[in-house]
Design a protein around this ligand. Structure first.
Ligand code: AMP
Ligand code: ZN
Ligand code: FE
Ligand code: FE
Length: 285
């Protein structure tokens, strides 16, 4: 088997990316990926469109999503691959997260609107139909109002978890998420475990507890994991026999991350697919 370029973490406009799944597929083909995974936050709404486009363009697709979780007050993202969306518990959990996101984002907009000229209606409009609403869309309203230059400045100055406008999202723990993902036949990978620029990260003891809950893999090659931390994660992955992934976390023009900037080795993609029974991969292996 030859080499393979696989990028297992991307977002479309159904969460906080800026492209349709069809546009994302076209770009994945352009940058020479053999396989990619669509992993919108807390939703599978983009799956059908992505499947059609991937089949049309002849690229491999893993259907996935990124599940919002919290571990002892720390925000954690668990990537879920190839689960069965008919799995009632995980689907109820992401649906709940999506509606809680609306409540929470409205409160943040309410607080921000005391100081800045933005409205909830604008945020909804900028997010577009059926998108999982989040701080990136609030950021877009701040950009449009000329208050910040881009999403990064909005996160740095106004939307940070330590700031006065921030409201936490009520979400499940990664341990529960892993169980629900497995019950639905999916595989669970800890996304950007050491992304400290976004806030506190889970300490090693917590990581080991989450691994013991049945975690399948660690997303190690991700731009938000610092180089010295990656070495430590590789030791942990070897110790527990975890799958190791590398991904871009591409958000279109919503973030500087470039599609295909990190990739996952073929044997790791195969191991991930092998652990799942919920949904078939498209054109893979
Ligand atoms: P939320 O889930 O609503 O709390 O928003 C967090 C999401 O915003 C993360 O999943 C990231 O994808 C995105 N995000 C975090 N930091 C930034 C940034 N600096 N620029 C653009 N998007 C970001
Ligand atoms: Zn995102
Ligand atoms: Fe994430
Ligand atoms: Fe992501």
């Amino acid at each position: 088997m030859g080499s393979m370029r696989a990028d297992l973490h991307t977002h479309s406009r159904f969460s906080d990316g800026t492209q349709s799944p069809t546009e994302l597929v076209a770009e994945a083909v352009d940058v020479g990926l053999d396989v990619f995974a669509l992993t919108d936050h807390d939703t599978t709404i983009g799956w059908d469109e992505a499947v059609t486009a991937a089949q049309d363009r002849g690229i491999g697709l893993l259907r996935g999503m990124e599940v919002s979780c919290r571990w002892e007050g720390i925000s954690v993202h668990i990537l879920c691959y190839l689960h069965d969306p008919a799995g009632a518990e995980i689907t109820a959990a992401i649906d709940q997260a999506r509606s809680d996101r609306i409540v929470r984002s409205k409160i943040m907009v309410d607080r921000l609107s005391q100081d800045f000229a933005i409205t909830w209606e604008e945020v909804e409009e900028l997010a577009g139909a059926d998108a999982t609403i989040g701080r990136p869309h609030v950021a877009d309203a701040l950009v449009r109002a000329g208050i910040v230059r881009d999403r990064s400045e909005a996160f740095g100055r106004l939307l940070t978890g330590s700031g006065p406008y921030y409201v936490a999202l009520p979400v499940i723990s990664p341990v529960e998420a892993i169980r629900m993902i497995h019950d639905a036949g999916g595989a669970a990978v800890f996304a950007h475990p050491l992304a400290s620029a976004r806030g506190r990260v889970v300490p090693d003891a917590g990581l080991r507890t989450i691994i013991d809950a049945g975690l399948d893999g660690l997303e190690i090659d991700h731009r938000d994991n610092p180089p010295e931390g990656r070495a430590r994660l590789r030791v942990l992955a070897a110790e527990y026999g975890l799958i190791v992934t590398g991904s871009s976390d591409y958000h279109g023009t919503g973030k500087p991350n470039l599609l295909g900037e990190n990739t996952t080795a073929r044997d790791q993609v195969e191991a991930l697919v092998e652990r799942t029974t919920g949904t078939e991969p498209i054109r893979f292996p």
